[in-house]
Structure formats: C-alpha cells, structure tokens
Design a protein around this ligand. Structure first.
Ligand code: ADP
Ligand code: ASP
Ligand code: MG
Length: 400
C-alpha cells in the first residue's frame, strides 16, 4: 500500500521534530508500506520569507515571491532526507518540479493541473522513501509556483490521487473539531466529516485544512485522515457523506479572521458606479466575498463589501482608483471584523436556523454588519471583539 503523509509547519518546526518524524516514517516503511512524505516549511518560515521581501517593498513581484517562498519547503525536504539517511533508510527529496506537479493560474495562487507520477513510482520501486516539497509546482513556462497559503495539504491530496494512495495529514491538533478548539475549549472532535461540510468550513475560514485539498479529495475519492500523534489513529476522516452516520443540524462553525470590510458612502445610485467599484477591485486582484447595498431608491446610497485582510495593498490601490473616478464617495476600511459561519448539511432540510441565530444575537445585544447564506451555511460579519462570545453562544445553542 502506498501512503502519503503530510506534516505541517508546526510539526516540522525544529530539527528534533524532524528526527522524530524520520523515526516514525522508518517504522511505517519497515511495516512494508511505500511511503511518500509531503512537508511544509519549518514553523513560521513562510511568514518570515514574506516579511523579508516586504522589507524591500510593500508589493513584491509575485513571480519572485513564489521563488522565495518555495525555498521554505525545500529546506525541510533536505533536512528530513538527511535525518532518514542518518537512520539508515534510503530516502530522496524532491522539489515540486521534480515531483511532476504541474500548475496554472496566477503566481502565489496557482492550482494543480496534473501530477506526473512516473518518477515517484520509479523511486518507490527502488525502495526509497520519497520526500516532496509541499505548496509548490511548476507552470507551463517552467517557473516555480506556489499554491496559496496552506497549500501543502493540496500537494498531499493531489499526490495521493495520482498514486492511488492513502492520505494522512498530520498537524498540531488531533483531528477536526466542530469549532477551532483554541477558541472554544469544549469543542467536540468529529470522527468523520463529509467532503462538502469540510469544504464549506474550510472555504469559510476554518484554517485546519486547505479547501482545495478537500475539493480534490472529493473529486478523486481520496479519503483524508487528519490527526496529530505519530502512530495514533484517533483523528478525523474526511469522506463521502454516506459514511457519516450522525446527521446533525450544524456540524461545525468556522471563524475567519482574515476579513476586512469596506464601507462606501455617498455613491450616486447608478449601476455604472457599482460597476466602477467592482471592476477596479477585480483588476487589482481583490477577492470580493460578501456585498450589500443600502438606500437604492435615494439619489445617493451606500454599499459595503468584504474581502481578505491580506488583500490590503490591492484594496488600497482600488480605493485610490475609485476615488479618482467618483470623487464624492466616502470609503472606509474596517479591519477589526471577523466572519463567523455555521455549517451543516442539515440546513438543507430544516428551517428556523437563521431565526435561532438572530435570537441569540438579539438576546446578547451583539450587532452584526453583514449576513450571507448558502445551502449549507450562514455567515455573519461581526466585530472582532465579539468573536469568542459569539462562538461560544452559537456552539452552545447548536450543541456542537
Ligand atoms: P499545519 O501547519 O499543520 O498545516 P494549520 O495551522 O494549518 O496546521 O492547521 C491547524 C490549526 O487549525 C490548529 O492549530 C487549529 O487551531 C486550527 N483550526 C481551525 N479550525 C479548526 C477545527 N475546526 N478543528 C481543528 N483545528 C482547527
Ligand atoms: N508553508 C506554506 C504556508 O505557510 C504552505 C503550508 O504550510 O501548507 O502557507
Ligand atoms: Mg495548514
């Protein structure tokens, strides 16, 4: 059996941790499995690399930023290969390019198009433990690319799909909880979660899994095990809905702190002006999430939208551009907000969830800025300072 293991940043933060992982991988190999290991950059190394570039300029060139960020994972693969070899195991480290991971899209936000599994298959046949740098690939121009933050999960699932392998993701929590256990200590660990619910939680901000990894898992039928301790098997399996026996109304809550809200007041109410705003946002690469508009009948109206806080530079360019086109508008960026979302397949067939959410907010005098819904989720934009209170209240109300 081929097994893909993936170790995130905190799991490989020190050389001691890398040695522990090497010992464990050796045991798995000795049990007769073929082993592929995907690793992230050590600890917060990716953040440190981005900060270095930002010491030079606020808006670093994205092709070169990809080159820079990809070095984080390359350090880890080499160290893990050194550790395995020092223990007497035959191991080889591969960059994303060497592992045949082909990507397309924009630098820093690439998607995996295909994985050429020939080389890895040959190396496995030679009995080697294959160590692959996560988060990176190569585009059609031969440039190094990265897959968006948290993208090593995606590398692991893509490799598991390409090699028909089992996929095990090891991180600093022992499974997927109904809500981030750092925010709500009484959160429950889920033995199983459906692809759709995990995808929705991840897209809405639950940082434990990269959403595109879950999407790939669903597309190629790769079950994803998420856990912590080496050797223990009490984590969470992300799998098809039919396997998830316990049908709860709400499966989980995600909290997305990477949220900024832009209020624009005093816009003359013509559709053309709304187009100016969103066209400029799109050109500058601002990823718009929620949109709301007020007073559409008045001569001037106001609107608001949310986007990732990390799109800040692009957002500032957008604001400058739209102020030039519409000099009388009053835009304001609010970075002190979070998005909190309830997710559950049970929402499809049950009504009254929204009213329970608003009752809780009303009873506790909590204000919100925006609301949006999908078939299986409700999201609210609230003030950052209310984050924990709302998370606990909603967790208790829906017994998650
Ligand atoms: P890695 O570096 O291993 O990829 P991440 O930091 O990306 O790890 O993801 C693990 C973190 O995700 C945990 O430390 C936890 O705080 C956070 N997290 C957010 N939501 C959840 C959730 N629903 N269940 C478990 N962990 C969660
Ligand atoms: N090192 C990358 C990041 O920090 C990719 C990953 O950890 O998955 O985003
Ligand atoms: Mg991660």
């Amino acid at each position: 059996m081929i097994i893909v293991h993936k170790y995130g940043g905190s799991s490989v933060a020190t050389t001691d941790k890398i040695i522990e992982i090497a010992k464990y991988l050796g045991e798995v190999k000795d049990q007769g499995h073929d082993v592929i290991v995907v690793v992230s950059a050590m600890g917060k190394r990716t953040d440190a690399l981005i900060s270095l570039a930002k010491e030079i300029t606020k808006d670093p060139d994205k092709r070169e930023l990809d080159r820079l960020m990809s070095t984080g994972e390359q350090t880890t693969i080499a160290l893990l290969a050194i550790a395995l070899k020092s223990l007497g195991y035959d191991a080889i480290s591969l960059t994303g390019v060497q592992a045949g991971i082909k990507t397309s899209g924009f630098h820093t936000k690439n998607v995996i198009d295909s994985v050429d599994n020939n080389k890895i298959n040959d190396l496995l046949k030679e009995g080697k433990i294959v160590i692959v740098a996560g988060f990176q690939g190569v585009n059609s121009r031969g440039d190094v690319t990265t897959l968006g933050r948290g993208g090593s999960d995606t590398s692991a699932v893509a490799l598991a799909a390409a090699l028909d392998a089992r996929c095990e993701i090891y991180t600093d929590v022992d499974g997927i909880y109904s809500i981030d256990p750092r925010v709500y200590k009484e959160a429950k660990k889920l033995p199983l979660i459906s692809y759709d619910e995990m995808m929705e939680l991840a897209y809405l901000g639950a940082g434990v899994m990269e959403p595109r990894a879950v999407e790939l898992g669903k597309k190629y039928g790769v079950e994803i095990y998420v856990g912590k301790s080496l050797g223990e098997k009490n984590g969470t399996i992300i799998c098809a809905e039919e396997k998830c026996m316990e049908k709860k109304l709400i499966t989980g809550i995600s909290i997305n702190e990477n949220t900024a809200m832009v209020n624009i007041e005093n816009i003359p109410t013509y559709a053309k002006n709304v187009y100016i705003v969103f066209n400029s946002a799109e050109k500058n690469g601002v990823n718009i999430d929620m949109i709301s508009q007020n007073d559409v009948t008045a001569s001037h109206g106001s609107m608001a939208f949310t986007c990732p806080k990390t799109d800040e530079t692009a957002l500032e360019r957008t604001i400058t551009e739209i102020k030039e086109a519409l000099p009388d508008i009053k835009p304001e960026i609010n970075k002190d907000v979070v998005k909190i979302s309830l997710v559950g397949i049970g929402m499809i067939s049950n009504i009254g969830i929204a009213s329970r959410v608003f009752k809780i907010l009303a009873e506790n005098s909590i204000s919100f800025h925006q609301v949006s819904t999908s078939e299986i989720s409700i999201s609210l934009i609230i003030n950052g300072e209310d984050k924990e209170k709302v998370a606990v209240l909603l967790s208790k109300e829906f017994e998650i």
